[in-house]
Design a binder for this molecule. Structure first.
Ligand code: ATP
Length: 515
């Protein structure tokens, strides 16, 4: 399915709405509808249980969005959480200079990829990709140019050389995607934090920020958690919560929002052991993605060209979104940067006494950070499929189906009386619903022909549909239909709960990750 279809399906079936739609919407802010909130909660539960429940040495917190303003001084966000901004003089549109350049590099990569695909088709089995990429003159030129630009951009970003970024945009003759114009302003830095003002303190003193990441709530609570949870290094602190960034370019639906949710875990380790744990968490996180059904070919690691001020190693897990491979999750080796900065600014010792080494140190940190909304987008864009299936009369028809892992589906089981104007059927169905609602998220639906109701449930990814028909009244059995195989089976009413639980219980999913 293409991106447009995914966005309209998400709206039509109550997953995602644009914010404040009746007032013509608020850009880059989205609301989750009835099915969306179920799916999002399930994704969060999957993450939380895989982190906190599965690891005896990881505990959770829920810190406030507002934090003391000094937090953001220490973390470097006041001084360095900037994006390079550029305006087009003709269209008056605002862009991130680095994104304009990255888009240009993506085009070079796409051109090279096109040549590679063409050759692969021509040579068939005998095709040697590595050899082709290193010898074919056009491909070599595209990739060389891309690498040169990447290096220059990384350097310019590192030392904040805004003039060179402007120069690069001019040299590459990048035009405004909106107007085609090449009339650009200079590049300027733009801080991404939203600020607000405390009511009882005037001026700078009362200036607060909406947190741009949840991680700092973990760092400032390091000592509290250490004392109260009696954990020993290595141990982790996990948190799920809202974050806010005043993104300059907000496009691609819920991929880049101004208000979003993060699922972050900071893992505190001995200095010197961070690379070992960095490797461990890279593998662990990929396992998490695969268990939920993201196939290997849609996931890849991408090392950062341009390390953030706090990191000594960083990698993204990229997902093949409908608009290409983009960052879904970041894994960062943050050294002791955050704890040491807070120690310096607060004067409180952010140290751990290691009983085995018999010494104090500021732990190093490995962070895993994933956007819940991006995970949501990856999940629906992968799950949504159109396929040919036989209809009730055996003829071929098309259905749209969300093939979520059953344990994260918004509705686990639909209860459907065969027809709606027979009270004996609807009452029986209602009674089944009333029992099952204590077990899992169910939906009762009696409107329209049964085939249409099946399609509605397919469209929101419901793994099971239970149909109550006239035989049910005689023998207390129902038909249960499997979303994926379309197999229909007759089972006693008393077995519905177990049957549904077998595939939809989150435990199944957690076990798939392994130890
Ligand atoms: P990007 O390069 O895409 O702006 P980032 O590298 O700034 O992302 P991090 O600071 O590493 O992102 O944040 C961790 C995770 O939070 C990201 O991997 C992403 O899933 C999510 N995230 C970051 N910014 C946004 C946003 N504006 N909207 C939705 N999710 C976001």
């Amino acid at each position: 399915m293409d991106f447009k279809q995914i966005v309209s399906h998400a709206k039509e079936y109550g997953f995602i709405f644009q914010s404040s739609e009746i007032y013509d919407t608020l850009a880059a802010v989205y609301d989750y509808g009835p099915n969306g909130v179920e799916l999002k909660n399930n994704i969060k539960e999957y993450w939380w249980r895989s982190m906190v429940q599965r690891h005896a040495n990881i505990v959770g917190i829920d810190s406030a969005i507002f934090m003391h303003p000094k937090t953001w001084k220490a973390s470097g966000h006041v001084d360095a959480f900037n994006d390079p901004l550029i305006d087009n003089k003709d269209s008056k549109k605002r862009y991130r200079a680095d994104v304009l350049i990255e888009d240009y590099m993506d085009k070079l990569e796409a051109k090279a990829e096109k040549e590679i695909k063409k050759a692969a088709k021509r040579f068939g089995e005998a095709f040697d990709r590595d050899q082709f990429v290193t010898t074919h003159p056009r491909v070599v030129r595209y990739l060389d140019e891309k690498n040169k630009i990447a290096k220059r951009l990384a350097q310019a970003m590192k030392i904040s050389d805004l003039a060179d970024m402007k120069q690069l945009i001019e040299e590459l003759q990048i035009a405004c995607p909106e107007s085609g114009s090449r009339e650009w302003t200079d590049v300027r830095q733009f801080n991404l934090m939203f600020s607000t003002q405390l009511g009882n303190i005037a001026g700078e003193e009362g200036k607060l920020y909406l947190r741009p990441e949840t991680a700092q709530g973990i760092f400032v609570n390091f000592l509290n958690v250490l004392k109260t949870s009696r954990q020993k290094v290595p141990f982790g602190i996990a948190q799920i919560g809202k974050a806010f960034r005043n993104e300059i370019v907000a496009r691609q639906f819920i991929f880049r929002m101004r208000e979003f949710e993060q699922m972050e875990m900071q893992y505190f380790v001995r200095p010197g052991e961070e690379m070992e744990w960095y490797k461990f968490w890279k593998e662990e996180r990929i396992k998490w993605h695969k268990a939920i059904g993201s196939p290997q070919e849609k996931l890849r690691f991408h090392d950062h060209d341009n390390l953030a001020h706090y990191a000594n190693a960083a990698v993204d897990i990229q997902f093949d979104f409908p608009f290409g491979f983009k960052e879904l999750e970041g894994i960062h080796s943050r050294t002791d940067f955050d704890l040491s900065s807070h120690q310096d600014l607060s004067g409180k010792k952010m140290q751990y006494f290691d009983p085995e080494l018999e010494k104090n140190y500021v732990p190093y940190v490995i962070e895993t950070s994933i956007g819940c909304d991006r995970m949501f987008l990856a999940t629906i864009s992968h799950a949504l499929q159109e396929e040919k299936v036989p209809d009730a009369k055996g003829k071929e028809s098309t259905r749209v189906v969300m093939k979520f892992h059953p344990s994260i589906a918004p509705v686990k089981c639909a209860i459907l009386p065969l027809v709606k104007n027979k009270p004996e059927l609807t009452e029986k169905a209602q009674r089944i619903f009333d029992d099952l609602k204590f077990v899992t998220q169910c939906q009762y639906d009696e409107k329209d022909a049964i085939g249409r109701r099946y399609r509605r449930q397919d469209a929101i990814g419901t793994p099971y549909c239970v149909t109550i028909d006239f035989d049910t009244l005689d023998d207390d059995s129902v038909t249960i239909r499997d979303r994926d195989t379309l197999h229909q089976e007759r089972i006693p009413i008393r077995e519905i709960a177990d049957k549904v639980r077998q595939r939809t219980d989150m435990t199944v999913l957690l076990q798939e990750i392994g130890d």
